[in-house]
Design a protein around this ligand. Structure first.
Ligand SMILES: Nc1ncnc2c1ncn2[C@@H]1O[C@H](COP(=O)(O)OP(=O)(O)OP(=O)(O)O)[C@@H](O)[C@H]1O
Ligand SMILES: [Mg+2]
Length: 363
């Protein structure tokens, strides 16, 4: 196992800056996810860590060793890709043990390690089968088994779950998380699925156009997105964003939304950004749909007309027109009002987010 340090990592393809100066320090044993939309440079960054792409600039260290110029086989990494790339003519057992046999380990050691990996991944009964006779989820577990059995210093996974159907994806990600916890292998995982990133990771690194936007534990990023991009990308359905006029009167923070004055807690903004706030500053107010609840019982109230209700089982999403602007809130499925009703949605003071529209940064 090793720590991984990316320093000013850069990868250009002609004019395209696929990775544009990435600084990330991944601790030994950590599960770190690179998360971002298609084309933001996740796979390229991962390929640089693997040694499959040569960086245009910057350095990559495993512990204190500079591996930037090393070939993939000199780095002691293992990779799992979206397409499992198993050897079709080999049994599951031979697929998993392939790397070990190349290392010329004794048959006894190989057998022990294959059995341990198969047990952890629930592949014991499938060891004699060919990949063609497995489900997609089982194939991907074999690919994971083949990767971890070699006891790599760093495990690299690029969207390993995206070929699986929804149910299998959830099961397999649980397996991967449990396995990683058990083995303690430093893992860099790539996905564009924010929920997958949240449930799996010790920390999430959100990327946009080759650059790091924010890095931190999933709930820290969820609770305090550093900018509008992260706020919109983390959490589903996406955060409500309203343009508001923000001002201070008598030491209180007031905003006006759809013609109503709403008092916000001073704690919603940073001390420093508060000092710079004049009268009538424009800001973006963000509230997650799950924090905007039908009823009166909270600090910040918004009124509007219900035009759509979307039940998902445990709760129902409410789409509300507030002065010509759409907002999404939630209610208990048993309390959903009639369409067309005028309703009040309420948000707890500590759950509002404010952003500067010019810099897009959190205030
Ligand atoms: N071999 C290449 N030659 C030229 N451009 C490339 C090459 N590989 C990647 N790119 C470009 O670099 C950028 C980042 O690509 P990358 O594959 O790293 O994105 P990604 O975040 O993994 O996206 P996805 O979620 O779609 O897999 C894209 O604009 C892509 O077109
Ligand atoms: Mg990719």
């Amino acid at each position: 196992m090793a720590s991984v340090t990316l320093q000013a990592l850069e990868k250009r393809f002609g004019e395209v800056r696929a990775v544009a100066g990435l600084d990330i320090a991944i601790a030994d044993g950590e599960f770190l996810t690179l998360l971002g939309p298609s084309g933001c440079g996740k796979s390229t960054a991962l390929a640089c860590i693997a040694g499959l792409e040569q960086p245009s600039g910057g350095t990559i260290r495993f512990d204190t060793r500079d591996v930037t110029e090393l070939q993939p086989h000199q780095r002691n990494i293992a990779m799992v890709f979206q397409d499992y790339a198993l050897y079709p003519h080999m049994s599951v057992r031979d697929n998993i043990s392939f790397g070990l046999r190349q290392q010329r380990l004794s048959a006894e050691v190989i057998e022990r390690q294959v059995q341990a990996a198969a047990d952890m991944l629930g592949l014991g009964p499938l060891l004699e089968r060919r990949p063609a006779d497995l489900s997609g989820g089982q194939r991907q577990r074999v690919a994971v088994g083949r990767a971890v059995v070699r006891n790599p210093a760093v495990l690299l996974m690029d969207e390993p779950l995206s070929n699986l159907d929804a149910g299998l994806r959830v099961n397999t990600r649980t397996e991967i998380k449990r396995l990683q916890r058990e083995l303690g292998t430093t893992t860099v995982f790539v996905t564009h699925d924010q929920e997958e990133a949240m449930v799996l990771s010790d920390r999430v690194a959100i990327m946009r156009a080759g650059s790091l936007q924010q890095i931190g534990p999933p709930m820290a990023v969820y609770r305090k997105p550093a900018n509008l991009f992260v706020a919109g990308f983390i959490g589903s359905p996406a955060m409500n964003l309203f343009e508001v006029e923000l001002g201070r009167t008598d030491g209180r923070l007031i905003c006006s939304l759809a013609g109503r004055r709403i008092e916000l807690p001073l704690s919603a903004v940073d001390e420093a950004s508060l000092a710079g706030l004049g009268q009538g500053t424009t800001a973006i107010l963000g509230i997650r749909p799950t924090d905007l609840v039908l009823g009166n019982g909270r600090d910040l109230l918004i009124e509007g007309e219900l035009y759509l209700a979307e039940p998902i089982g445990p709760l129902t999403y409410l789409d509300v027109d507030i002065g010509g602007r759409p907002a999404k809130g939630v209610c208990d499925p048993d309390t959903a009002p009639e369409l067309g009703a005028r309703i009040t949605l309420a948000c707890a003071a500590g759950r509002v987010h404010l952003f500067d529209p010019a810099t897009e940064r959190r205030l």
